[in-house]
Design a protein around this ligand. Sequence first.
Ligand SMILES: [Zn+2]
Ligand SMILES: [Zn+2]
Length: 148
Amino acid sequence: MAVSEELKIQEAVGRLKESGVRITPQRHAVLEYLLNADIHPTADDIFKALEGKFPNMSVATVYNNLRVFREIGLVKELTYGDSSSRFDCNTSEHYHIICETCGKIVDFHYPSLDEVESLAEQVTGFDVSHHRMEVYGTCKDCKAVTKH
Ligand SMILES: [Zn+2]
Ligand SMILES: [Zn+2]
């Protein structure tokens, strides 16, 4: 494992401890998986990846851990209206591009659209809390499959 990943895990474990969350081996494994996954996994993805290592673990355990992580701000829950929620451990501001074929979600960075929020406030008189923007298309992997 790369040093930076090891550090990310240590930092996250530190935050859990500060919040009084007990670190069980399963909880640690879920956290580690999340921090190393760049696919924005669902609870099911995490369960499938870890069930071999923890035969007593259930999907409910994974959900329970994800809820704890979300409550202390370690992960963001992404709901894009389709099936199950996906989880993102990159809690800094960023946007997502979503593959319409396989459902993969990829991060990309673009200056946050603050002007849109202030314009919306001016035009509508709302107090704006946040905005959502998603970009959709076909990912590289799916494009390669279609070409064959
Ligand atoms: Zn795809
Ligand atoms: Zn993301």
